[in-house]
Design a protein around this ligand. Structure first.
Ligand SMILES: *[C@@H]1O[C@H](CO)[C@@H](O)[C@H](O)[C@H]1NC(C)=O
Ligand SMILES: *[C@@H]1O[C@H](CO)[C@@H](O)[C@H](O)[C@H]1NC(C)=O
Ligand SMILES: *[C@@H]1O[C@H](CO)[C@@H](O)[C@H](O)[C@H]1NC(C)=O
Ligand SMILES: CC(=O)N[C@H]1CO[C@H](CO)[C@@H](O)[C@@H]1O
Length: 699
């Protein structure tokens, strides 16, 4: 009954023992009980018993409650390997770590010993049941991969990873996946973990390569393992440099100094710096300009507008990719703006001078064109505009002004005033200038000379004009006698050859032929005839003299000369008439009574022939007076015969010449008694011819 109960119990307490094992144990126990009653017998296990236990079974997990039949209790149960299994009373329990992967089954000898030391043993088998008790593992053969950017979707990324799982059956199906932010660009094959790109990845613009760190995970369904992969996407040189703008227009002033910046190109390359993919270099095709590594275009050698007014620079911009550079071009259109950089140069003047000298007659009309300066300038625009000027004029030594004018635009030089050679300047020095226009003017200079020809433009003049009166003594007024010597001067530089003539007689009644200039002694005026005042020639003559300068166009000067001929007292007065004998006059005649008359004559003319009469002796008591000009003698007192009855008057007749000459005579006057009343004369005036010998001459 108990056996059945025990069996039932055994069944009830050994849930892990299969019904087949239980059935076998009952058969064995019935057999053992039949043959050997004192030996413990196993009721529910026998040599065919196979138990199973999960490898994950925890310690003290019960495997079987062994039922033993034996009267000699208590019965002790033991197992021959207690490292993993042992009994708690009659319950076989797990006491150690199980691992299917280490040992899939155990053969155990279970021994039951009764109180009488009788024992019985039975061998059973415990099969370990595999469970998913291990994490999968990743084998990371290649986890660091470098790949060029720009690969197409589907490109395999050469990670080499594999998964494994220590479990034997359960949890051995592995699945791969990717996690993490960096995983988005990948696909992973869940079964084998092969990774591909799921998109084309362009990392530009980027300054460096891009690193992705996806996390790969392998899972056995319950357990998983992860690892971080590294994909470095490297830049490929897939971008050309670009310049914005690609064409620029710049103006460069010619002669801009070398080194001046013209323009800085704005170029870039969307590639990264990897392998110098975005490192730009610049080249341009000009010798006048250059570009540096920063794209700065500068002047290399100053450009010349006159050579070229523009220049097109083709700039090649290339990256420096070691794998093969890419390039682009930019154009810099340079317009060269002109400056005034060229000196003007003199051309041939119009007319051309001879040995830098122009020659003109003096006295040319004011405004006469002398010459026209010519200068040219190779600059363009305002730089070529020439302004002409006269910087200075000298007479060879000193500055002179106001003589010349220049038309600043035409260069024509004209006279502003009469040029007078006779003023002492034979040649002027003209310092000429030509100035170009524009900024930073350039000036050139040149000297020309203006030589003046003398022209006979100044009339001769008599010196000491008006000439002084020339007085010639009458006796010298004879043919060939020198009257005076005149001279003339002439302002012309060229010496004049004077000739003199008597041009006209203004007064005096002579004729021009009466006068002559000496043929050999210039200016010496002589008489060409005898002039005699006593024969009626005038005592003064006004001559108009003319002097001729002998020039090609003869100029003359005139003056007047008065020649006075001074009379000479050549003749002594003579008595023309006088009383003959004694003249009587009554006493008591009234004062003023005429008594007698004496007259004289003189062949001289003028003062030399102008006679005056005077009583020079015998006029006692100033009884008489004589009219100085007529020679009439008259009383000056009332005569008294009783006082004085006879007078002998000395009468002097004198001329008025410088060297006065005179003659004397005497007149006897008798005072008669009034009582006689005897007139002694029939006429009051008696003209007597004096005897020759009574005439006396005084000198
Ligand atoms: C226990 O007994 C079994 C069956 O005889 C045997 O195979 C096994 O090796 C024994 N174990 C030990 C530790 O002796
Ligand atoms: C460079 O990259 C910028 C930013 O993505 C983009 O706008 C530009 O168009 C790119 N340039 C070229 C030439 O591809
Ligand atoms: C540079 O090259 C461009 C294009 O060929 C050309 O038009 C230009 O004249 C060149 N410039 C010089 C300075 O040679
Ligand atoms: C004649 C005559 O008449 N004689 C007189 C002159 O004058 C004196 C003085 O007057 C008289 O006395 C005279 O008689």
């Amino acid at each position: 009954m108990l056996r059945h109960g025990q069996r039932r119990h055994g069944v009830a307490t050994g849930p892990v023992v299969s019904w087949a094992v239980l059935l076998a144990a009952c058969v064995l126990a019935s057999c053992w009980r039949c043959s050997q009653a004192a030996v413990p017998t196993f009721d529910n296990i026998n040599g065919a018993t196979v138990l199973t236990v999960d490898e994950t079974a925890a310690t003290d997990t019960s495997l079987v409650t062994v039922a033993v039949s034996d009267p000699d209790t208590p019965i002790t149960l033991s197992v021959n390997d207690t490292t993993v299994f042992d009994f708690d009373a009659n319950v076989l329990k797990v006491k150690g770590a199980l691992d299917y992967e280490t040992q899939t089954s155990y053969s155990l000898t279970i021994t039951a010993t009764d109180n009488a030391a009788e024992s019985n043993s039975v061998d059973i088998i415990i099969n370990v049941v595999d469970k998913n008790d291990n994490d999968p593992a990743l084998t990371l053969t290649t986890v660091d991969v470098t790949l060029d950017e720009e690969q197409t979707a589907g490109t395999a990324v050469a990670f080499v990873i594999s998964g494994s799982d220590p479990d034997t059956n359960d949890g051995t199906t592995l699945t791969f996946s990717l996690t993490g932010a960096d995983s988005t660009i990948f696909n992973i094959d869940p079964s084998d973990g092969d990774i591909t790109l799921n998109t084309r990845v362009d990392i530009d613009p980027n300054t460096a390569n891009k690193v992705y760190k996806p996390v790969v995970q392998v899972s056995d369904g319950t357990r998983s393992a992860t690892a971080t992969l590294t994909l470095t996407l490297t830049d490929i040189n897939d971008n050309r440099p670009t310049c914005s703008p690609s064409i620029v227009y710049k103006t460069v002033v010619e002669e801009t100094s070398a080194g001046s910046t013209v323009y800085t190109l704005t170029c870039s390359d969307n590639d990264s710096s990897f392998e110098n993919n975005n490192q730009l270099t610049y080249f341009l095709n000009s010798t006048s300009f250059s570009v540096n590594g920063a794209g700065v275009v500068t002047v290399t050698s100053p450009v010349d507008y006159e050579s070229s007014t523009s220049e097109q620079l083709l700039v090649v911009v290339a990256d420096s990719a070691t794998g093969g550079p890419l390039d682009t071009t930019a154009t810099v259109e340079i317009t060269i703006s002109p400056t005034n950089d060229i000196d003007p140069v003199w051309g041939t003047f119009v007319p051309a001078p001879t040995a830098n000298t122009y020659t003109q007659d003096e006295n040319i009309a004011v405004g006469t064109s002398l010459f026209t300066m010519v200068a040219t300038d190779a600059d363009v625009d305002s730089g070529s505009t020439i302004t002409y000027s006269i910087q200075s004029v000298t007479d060879g030594t000193n500055p002179v002004t106001g003589l010349f004018n220049v038309d600043s635009s035409s260069g024509e030089v004209t006279t502003l005033a009469k040029l007078d050679r006779d003023a002492g300047v034979s040649q002027y020095t003209l310092n000429l200038q030509a100035t170009d226009g524009g900024s930073g003017t350039h000036i050139i200079s040149q000297t020309v000379y203006l030589a003046l020809n003398d022209v006979n433009d100044i009339a001769p003049v008599f010196q000491s004009t008006p000439l002084a009166l020339v007085t010639i003594a009458e006796t010298n007024a004879k043919t060939g006698s020198v009257i005076t010597t005149v001279s003339a001067s002439d302002g012309d530089v060229t010496a004049a050859s004077f000739t003199y003539e008597v041009e006209a007689i203004v007064a005096g009644g002579s004729t021009t032929s009466d006068w002559a200039f000496d043929g050999t002694t210039a200016g010496q005026l002589e008489f060409a005839t005898d002039l005699d005042l006593d024969t009626g020639d005038a005592n003064y003559h006004i001559l108009r003299l003319i002097v001729k300068d002998g020039g090609a166009t003869e100029l003359t000067g005139t003056t007047s000369l008065t020649v006075s001929i001074s009379p000479d007292n050549e003749h002594t007065p003579t008595i023309s008439s006088q009383p003959s004998g004694t003249v009587s006059i009554d006493e008591n005649e009234s004062v003023g009574t005429s008594v007698a008359s004496v007259t004289g004559a003189d062949s001289d003319t003028g003062d030399e022939g102008s006679l005056t009469y005077s009583i020079t002796a015998g006029n006692t008591g100033s009884a008489f007076t004589i009219d100085a000009s007529s020679g009439l003698i008259s009383t000056q007192t009332v005569l008294d015969r009783e006082t004085l009855d006879n007078y002998d008057l000395e009468i002097t007749i004198a001329d008025s010449g410088v060297s006065q000459k005179s003659v004397t005579t005497s007149v006897s006057i008798s005072v008669t008694d009034a009582n006689d009343h005897q007139p002694s004369c029939t006429s009051l005036f008696v003209v007597l011819t004096p005897p020759e010998n009574t005439v006396t001459t005084s000198t």
